[in-house]
Design a protein around this ligand. Sequence first.
Ligand code: SF4
Length: 316
Amino acid sequence: MANIWYIQVNRHCNNSCHFCSNPSNWNNITLERWIELVDDFIKKEYNWIIFTGWEPTLSSDLPKWIEYSVSKNMECRIISNGMMCSSFDYVKRLKDAWLSLVHFSLYSYIPEIHDFLTDTPWSYKKLLKSIQNALKLWIRVQINSVINKYNQDHLDKTVKFIMKNFPQINHFVWNNLDPQMMRQTDTALSTLPDFEFASISLKKAMEFLESKNKTFRVERLPICFMRWFEFASTETRKIVKNEERIVHFLDFRETFRELEWEHERALECNKCDLKSICAWIYEYKNYYNYVKVKPQKLTLEEKQNIIKKIKNEYEK
Ligand code: SF4
């Protein structure tokens, strides 16, 4: 069982993504507090730490935190926008601290769209350089992408672009946009995706990755929009495997233990054979009330096969 600990180490960033769900408050975690938390989570038998922030690479103590966690046998990874890692020397410092895995956030293979979404000129160029640097130093790279209105028609093309240029990358994560704490500007609100439309290019992307023996996960997307790939839903996996995760926020939420994965249910969900392994619709009432869910009919065997596949698959 993979229990994961997400920790926000800072709340500032050198990108300005329109849909960012963690508004800046300039908080930072101290080294002492960090060590206290790691020791506590080791006692709770957590085995993975994921450093997030806004942007963890802006914390000068990051190499020290990684080194300490690795010395305590925890697997460390960071989620990064790929701005700082465009410096080879910086990535070398992380490698020397024994960082083994980085998730870079790429929104589109089209530079103008990525730069528009990050609201930061040249962020695309720097990100590609960061991927090269990490791979050169034998750090594993995975790609995270937020599904939104501006990339929903070419999720498959972005994956193909990455595979063509960085065939060593083996794992992809799509997060459906989290509108809960994002800025409430017209531009930010314009990024909310059309689930039905996005599901078309997402399906092509997943088919392509599967044909290449690559793995992938999708978070916050109701599984009727990823039919035949339900096993890849992060929440469905957590429900089936009864997993939990702890997120340490640098705001009023502080340490938050997630044991329940279900979000909000639409009336139509009651007729769906997937309802017991689906997390339903995230932020349904407040933001995604325009989504039309698609209740599914499955045989018992089909449903059991989804569960079997999840239980048998190694966690990435
Ligand atoms: S339970 Fe609802 S949201 Fe989930 S797959 Fe079925 S219809 Fe879709």
